[in-house]
Design a protein around this ligand. Structure first.
Ligand code: NAD
Length: 483
């Protein structure tokens, strides 16, 4: 496909195996690069959410009994479909999210495909841990069984990746799913619905679109939903937990991050700068693992600031379909206003300086300049809170103890990195940092085989890896008396 060819938009939801228009209110789906409307999608009504849950409950009875091999075969058909139509999905996601097309095609799409391929394999080797005689003439078996209907709720920053994690992980181990993509970015999942409707038994996957406060809250509070899987904001996670109280649902929460990048005096600074230039600005910084908070030790602080400043100035912002573009727009005007308000409040703080960028880009679309903020203290908002935009802050530290304490006092605990050429320094820091992921001399690489998830306010659900499949299953004990 040519880089600028626009695929047709699918607007139908998937409920009980049927592709149907939503019967709720209409949501305009925007192109963030221009601000124009791509298409309107009608959200699911309360009755449609109820029908989707009922269908998933009915499908669970048979889907939960299918063999891992059969589920794996079906997931591998999804893999083949995505491979065959990779350009269409990359283009749709690029249009809907403002992601640079080539990065989507060559970076995100292969990772999405690999995630599904991993679940297709891993579901076949997921075991209960033991069978044995713990009482004479009795055999105990530990089983891992699906939980039931999973209500999955996804954010706008990685729509198809989140669908891969939140649909194909749970169904690979025998659950059925009702998934709600973000109201702003449903287009890739709606496109995939057309294939899933023909591939899967009805009810195994249901897709309902719409806003969080209407469709999302109806779904997560539904008594027929056994487990809620959310990637989103901390406050949304708190609402999900509150609504889970009455029905005692299992919850799987992944809620944001503020990743410290800890640069010791002996670090390879060129590698640090090259990595932050990429990992601080990929997806316009709208990534919960973004390398957005650099703590540089005092011996290299000035050098880090100088080199990073030059590197950030060289970032090429532009139209997502342009081959040279590294930085696309933010997702919405609202998100751009939010980023701008963080930077403006930092700018008016005496000891903080905005060295590069620091304002919306003129012209169409929701672009924001790649921005470097220096001199903030650990108490300052720009250090504490998730900005979720193309903004990197650099702050100075003196000792390892101090920077590890600061990092561990953060509300967030998702991802971090340590930069030092001394193995002992790096290992000691990595052991003490209380983050779901610690990278050493690198930042950003997520793997299908390795768990992704946080601590503290970043939530506790694990995506990717066998641990994710464990999250979506229940441990049970079955005991045989053969005396
Ligand atoms: P959000 O919490 O506003 O929305 C996430 C999803 O929740 C959307 O589908 C939304 O419609 C839905 N939602 C909102 N209110 C709801 C409610 N009351 N009940 C049920 N559903 C509701 O977050 P967002 O703005 O779409 O996404 C950005 C956030 O997601 C950031 O904070 C980011 O850090 C986080 N995030 C975390 C990870 C991770 O892996 N931990 C990954 C990506 C994004």
């Amino acid at each position: 496909m040519d880089m600028v060819t626009t695929p047709a938009f699918s607007t139908k939801l998937l409920i009980n195996g049927e592709l149907v228009e939503g019967t709720g209110g209409e949501e305009k789906i925007l192109n963030p690069a221009t601000g124009s409307t791509l298409v309107a999608v009608k959200e699911a009504s309360r009755e449609q959410v109820n029908a989707a849950v009922a269908s998933a409950q009915a499908a669970f009875k048979t889907w939960s009994l299918t063999t891992p091999r059969r589920r794996s075969e079906l997931l591998l058909e999804v893999v083949e479909h995505l491979k065959k139509n990779i350009e269409t999905y990359a283009r749709l996601e690029s249009l809907n999210c403002g992601k640079p097309y080539l990065g989507m095609l060559n970076g995100e799409m292969p990772a999405i495909i690999d995630a599904i391929r991993f679940f297709a394999g891993a579901c076949r080797v997921l075991n209960g841990s033991a069978a044995g005689e713990y009482v004479e003439n009795h055999t105990s078996i530990i089983r891992r069984d699906p939980v039931g209907v999973v209500g999955s709720v996804a954010p706008w920053n990685f729509p198809l990746m989140m669908a891969a994690w939140k649909v194909f992980a749970p169904i690979s181990v025998g659950n059925t799913v009702v998934v709600k993509p973000s109201e702003q970015t449903p287009l890739t999942l709606l496109r995939l619905c057309e294939f899933l409707a023909a591939l899967l038994p009805k009810g195994v996957v249901n897709v309902v679109t719409g806003r969080g406060e209407s469709v999302g809250s109806t779904l997560v509070s539904h008594p027929g939903v056994a487990m809620v899987s959310l990637t989103g904001d901390v406050t949304t996670g708190q609402k999900v937990l509150q609504s889970a109280v009455t029905t005692l649902k299992r919850t799987h929460l992944e809620l944001g991050g503020k990743a410290p990048v800890i640069v010791f005096n002996d670090a390879d600074l060129d590698a640090v700068v090259e990595t932050v230039r990429m990992a601080g600005f990929e997806n316009a910084g709208q990534d919960c693992c973004a390398a957005c908070l650099v703590y540089a030790q005092s011996g290299v602080y000035e050098k880090v600031v100088e080199k990073l400043n030059a590197a950030i100035k060289s970032i090429r912002s532009g139209a997502p379909e342009n081959e040279q573009t590294e930085l696309g727009p933010l997702i919405s005007q609202r998100q751009r206003d939010r980023v701008e308000s963080f930077v403006q409040r930092a700018r008016t703080t005496k000891h903080i300086e905005v060295l590069t960028g620091g304002k919306p880009t003129s012209g169409d679309g929701f672009y924001y300049e790649p921005t470097l903020v220096v001199g903030a203290n650990v108490q300052d908002e720009i250090v504490r809170r998730e900005v979720f935009g193309p903004v990197v802050a650099v702050s100075r530290f003196e000792t390892a103890e101090e920077v590890i304490d600061w990092s561990n006092e953060s509300h967030y605990g998702l991802a971090s990195s340590v930069w030092s050429l001394n193995t002992a320094t790096a290992l000691k820091a990595a052991a003490r940092l209380r983050y779901g992921t610690v990278w050493v001399n690198q930042h950003f690489t997520l793997l299908s085989e390795m768990p992704h998830g946080g601590l503290r306010h970043s939530g506790y659900g694990k995506d990717q890896s066998i641990y994710c499949l464990e999250d979506y299953t229940s441990i049970r004990h079955v005991m045989f008396n053969f005396s």
